[in-house]
Design a protein around this ligand. Structure first.
Ligand SMILES: Cc1cc2nc3c(=O)[nH]c(=O)nc-3n(C[C@H](O)[C@H](O)[C@H](O)COP(=O)(O)O)c2cc1C
Length: 474
């Protein structure tokens, strides 16, 4: 059953035992972030965390770790919470095939209940802001969906982009924004600045649980995240029109912030503890000038802890990175079986593929680097045979350790693009990338002595069942 807003999803999480209300009073810093950081350390069943007794705030509701476990991720997709990771990725891939599902236009959005405009615009009046890492340069909104249109095609719904880009509060009505150059908002901003125009944006916080999944999903430039949300939900996503900018925004959002990215303006942003497990450093970034804030009565502030993996972010961008890469690769190479891009948002990717002829797997690896996501991430690709499960790391390590002859099977391509946050890049934004071909050579590549692989005995499957039953009966 799809959720139309964050609150209905939180109700389900609570019924499923996947939302923990912290009833003791906590400090905004470091308790909120430390609790969410800890949720990432207690394993795959971690719950979402709800806080409403926060010292210094008389009226605040904060929720963290909403997608921060495989159980919560499954529930966000309307699956049973026990659904295995592999099954979640497979179901995600099946639902992708229903794309596009047109959104539903709905009136009377709950965020229309309260409005701040003009001199009244003040983020501090609406959100209980707090810092996430002890080295962060300020308060961040890091789980928002940022909506913008292509200035050259403002009526093209597909080119309207919905993306998660972290936002630093640099004033009561100003936000620093980090657009990675490979991402769609960077293209929108470049086009606007070339025309000497500000770029209108709507920033929606506290969305139904599928919106953050599509907002962090590397789709094609002209593919609509809202139409993908409909496919993943199995029902049209309810949308409403943001009153100040005319942008399409989720009907169920808690808070809708509207304004413009000011053309040509850059301001110091950061440092911020990032998904790479390293700080970003302070850099000059574009700035959003906020002109209107709309919000539900008693808004819930949804935030996400980011830092050393694994954190909520890794669950959130797990399947939503694997599946686009799988589909984009298969469009040209139907031999590709599965893609595991779960490590550090796909800086490292493992692909299993059948081979057409010798050298084929390396071509698949090169294509992975030129997909929309590959251009800014995918610095290392490990290729394995079609019968190796890329989600089973011992199998992958077996393939790599036994099949790779380093001189021929490790290919390093120098000076390719990567996002500036990749800590190993030098200079920032440029890196060499590596393909490790751990597949079995096929003709005309006749290298190695792979003619006699051992296989599990024919009776092993039956014995596996038998042992499991015997152990269960003990
Ligand atoms: C929590 C979180 C924070 C993110 N922060 C940023 C960011 O600051 N800048 C950015 O360009 N991408 C950021 N991303 C990644 C993009 O949202 C993601 O790669 C998405 O696919 C980009 O889509 P786009 O090409 O449509 O912009 C973040 C993702 C998540 C989940």
């Amino acid at each position: 059953m799809p959720y139309d807003d964050l609150r209905s999803f939180l109700n389900t999480l609570e019924k499923e035992g996947q939302l923990l209300r912290i009833t003791d009073e906590v400090l905004p810093e470091p308790d909120l972030a430390a609790a969410a950081n800890a949720a990432g350390r207690i394993g795959d069943g971690a719950p979402a965390l709800w806080f409403d007794r926060i010292q210094g705030f008389t009226d605040a509701r904060v929720v963290m770790n909403v997608h921060g476990s495989w159980r919560n991720h499954a529930l966000a997709l309307g699956l049973p919470k026990e659904t295995s990771t592999r099954e979640q990725v497979e179901e995600f891939a099946r639902r992708w095939d229903a794309f596009p599902v047109a959104p539903e236009r709905r009136a009377d959005a709950p965020w229309q209940e309260n409005t701040l405009t003009g001199d009244d615009v003040d983020l501090f009046r609406v959100l209980p802001l707090f810092r996430l890492n002890d080295g962060d340069g300020g308060f961040y909104l890091d789980k928002a969906a940022v909506v913008s249109r292509d200035p050259e095609a403002p009526d093209d719904f597909g080119r309207q982009n919905v993306g998660t880009y972290r936002l630093e509060v640099v004033g009561r009505d100003r936000l620093g924004l980090q657009p990675v150059p490979m991402h769609d908002i960077a293209q929108h901003l470049r086009k606007a600045e070339e025309r000497g125009e500000d770029l209108p944006v709507a920033i929606t916080l506290g969305n139904d649980p599928v919106v953050p999944i599509v907002a962090g999903m590397p789709m094609g430039y002209d593919q609509s995240e809202y139409e993908m949300a409909g496919a993943l939900r199995g029902a049209p996503l309810p949308l409403a029109v943001a009153p100040h900018t005319g942008l399409d925004v989720p009907w169920g959002a808690e808070v809708v912030i509207e304004g413009v990215i000011e053309a040509g303006v850059r301001q110091l942003e950061g440092p911020f503890g990032e998904f790479t497990g390293h700080y970003s450093g302070g850099r000059r970034m574009p700035v959003v000038r906020i002109e209107r804030i709309s919000y539900r009565t008693d808004p819930v502030f949804e935030s996400l802890y980011l830092g050393m993996p694994w954190t909520e972010c890794d669950y959130l961008v797990g399947p939503n990175t694997c599946v686009p890469l799988l589909k984009q690769l298969r469009a040209e190479f139907p031999e590709v079986r599965a893609v595991n891009a779960m490590y550090t948002h796909g800086l490292l990717v493992i692909i299993s593929t059948a081979k057409r002829y010798g050298g084929f797997a390396k071509a698949v690896g090169m294509r992975a680097m030129t997909t929309p996501h590959g251009l800014g991430y995918v610095t290392q690709v490990i290729l394995v045979d079609e019968d190796v499960d890329p989600f089973d790391l011992p199998q992958v390590m077996w393939a790599q350790s036994s099949k790779v002859n380093p001189r021929e099977d490790v290919v390093v391509v120098p000076n390719l693009s990567v996002l500036g946050l990749a800590p190993a890049a030098e200079p920032a934004g440029v890196t060499s990338k590596m393909i490790i071909d751990a597949t079995t050579p096929v003709a005309p590549d006749r290298r190695g002595n792979f003619g006699m692989p051992t296989r599990d005995l024919p009776e092993t499957a039956e014995w596996t069942q038998r042992l499991r039953s015997l152990l269960a009966e003990r």
